[in-house]
Design a protein around this ligand. Structure first.
Ligand code: NAP
Length: 320
C-alpha cells in the first residue's frame, strides 16, 4: 500500500508518499481500506515535533479516516469485511491506503454519510461534543458562543448545539465562513476580526451574557471572552497558540469557570458515549459534516499548509 511517511520532524515537505507493506490485523484489530482521510491542526503540530508526544520517526500521520473493513482479527465482534466505517484514531496512521485500528477506534458509518464526511468525525465532532456537553455541561435554552465556528470543530459544535436546543452565536473571519454558519443553523453570526464582535454577541443576549463559550484561539480571545459571560458562565479552551492575559476578578464576580480539554484525555466510557451520540445525530440528519476541500493523498504537505491558514470552510480531506 501507499502511505505518507514523516522521516523527521519539520516543515510540511518532510511528508513523502512511500510504498509500505499492507497491515494485518492481530487479536481485536481491524484493517480498514481507507477512502478518505481527515486533516486536523494537531497533525501539523505533531509533524513539527511540538506536541509533547512526538512519535518516533518514521511514522504515518493522521487520526481520522473513513472506509471499508478489509480484514478483522480474532475476537473482533460487531464488524465484518465490507462494512462502511469511520476511524476515530488508528494504530498505524490515517494518511495511507489502509489503516490498522483497534476495534474500539472503529465506528459504523451510516449510509447517508459519505466517506469524506466520515473522515471529518473523529477529532472534530468528538472534540465539539466533549467540549459542549461533557466539559461545559451546556443545557437547552442556554446561549453558546462558538469562537471560531467555520472550521472542523466549529461547524460540528454549531450543529450539535443547534440540535440540542441552544441559542447559537458563531464567529468566522470571512464572508464565506459566515454564510456557512448561517446555513448550518447558527442563530447569529459575527466576524471575529471586527473589534466590536464580542460587544455584538453581548447585545444579542440583551446584555445578559453568554452561558458557554467554545474557544478555538484562546491566546487571542480569552481575555475578551470573560467580560461577556453570564453568571455561571463557562469557557472551554479547545485551541490556543500562545499566552494570554486575563482578569481573574471577572470570573469571581460571576462564579464563572475556564475549563481546558484535550481529546486524548477522554476516558474510554465517555468516548464510547460520544460516538453513540454522534452516530444517532448522523442517522437522524442533525449532523452533516461539511467538506470544504478534497486533495489527493500525495498533496498532504499542501493540506498541512492550508489548514494552518485562516479562512476555514469546514474540513480538508485527503483522498487516497
Ligand atoms: P480549523 O478547521 O483550521 O479551524 C480554525 C478555526 O479558527 C476557524 O474557524 C477560524 O476562522 C478560527 N479562527 C481564526 N482566527 C480566529 C480568531 N481570531 N478568533 C476566533 N477564531 C479564529 O481547525 P479545527 O480543527 O476547527 O480546530 C480549531 C482549534 O482547536 C485548533 O487550534 C486545533 O488545534 C484545536 N483543537 C483542539 C482539540 C483538543 O483536543 N483540545 C481538538 C481539536 C482541535 P476563520 O478561518 O473563519 O477566520
Amino acid at each position: 500500500m501507499k502511505a505518507i511517511r514523516v522521516q523527521e520532524p519539520g516543515e510540511p515537505d518532510v511528508m513523502k508518499l512511500e510504498e509500505m507493506a499492507d497491515p494485518t490485523p492481530d487479536v481485536g484489530q481491524i484493517v480498514v481500506q481507507v477512502k478518505a482521510i481527515g486533516v486536523n491542526p494537531v497533525d501539523t503540530y505533531i509533524r513539527l515535533g511540538k506536541q509533547g508526544y512526538a512519535p518516533k520517526c518514521p511514522y504515518t500521520p493522521g487520526m481520522d479516516a473513513a472506509g471499508i473493513v478489509e480484514a478483522v482479527g480474532a475476537g473482533v465482534t460487531g464488524f465484518a469485511v465490507g462494512d462502511r466505517v469511520y476511524c476515530a484514531g488508528t494504530l498505524s496512521g490515517a494518511y495511507a491506503e489502509k489503516a490498522l485500528c483497534d476495534q474500539s477506534q472503529v465506528h459504523r458509518l451510516p449510509e447517508r454519510i459519505s466517506f469524506q464526511q466520515g473522515a471529518a468525525l473523529g477529532v472534530p465532532y468528538g472534540t465539539a461534543y466533549r467540549a459542549l456537553f461533557q466539559r461545559a455541561g451546556a443545557e437547552p435554552g442556554e446561549t453558546v458562543l462558538i469562537h471560531g465556528a467555520s472550521g472542523g470543530v466549529g461547524v460540528a459544535a454549531v450543529q450539535l448545539a443547534r440540535a440540542a436546543g441552544m441559542v447559537v452565536i458563531g464567529t468566522a473571519g470571512t464572508p464565506e465562513g459566515r454564510k456557512l454558519l448561517e446555513a448550518q443553523g447558527a442563530h447569529h453570526v459575527v466576524n471575529h476580526h471586527e473589534p466590536e464582535h464580542l460587544q455584538q454577541a453581548l447585545d444579542l443576549t440583551g446584555g445578559q451574557g453568554v452561558n458557554v463559550i467554545l474557544e478555538m484561539l484562546a491566546n487571542v480571545n480569552l481575555g475578551h471572552d470573560l467580560p461577556i459571560l453570564a453568571k455561571g458562565g463557562r469557557v472551554v479552551v479547545i485551541g490556543s497558540r500562545g499566552d494570554v492575559q486575563i482578569t481573574p476578578r471577572l470570573l469571581m464576580g460571576k462564579d464563572a469557570s475556564i475549563l481546558g480539554m484535550t481529546l486524548m484525555n477522554v476516558p474510554k466510557p465517555a468516548l464510547a458515549s460520544i460516538h453513540t451520540a454522534l452516530i444517532a445525530g448522523l442517522e437522524n440528519g442533525s449532523l452533516q459534516p461539511v467538506i470544504g476541500r478534497e486533495l489527493p493523498l500525495h498533496d498532504a504537505p499542501q493540506a498541512h499548509r492550508l489548514i494552518m491558514e485562516s479562512s476555514a470552510f469546514g474540513k480538508i480531506v485527503l483522498m487516497p
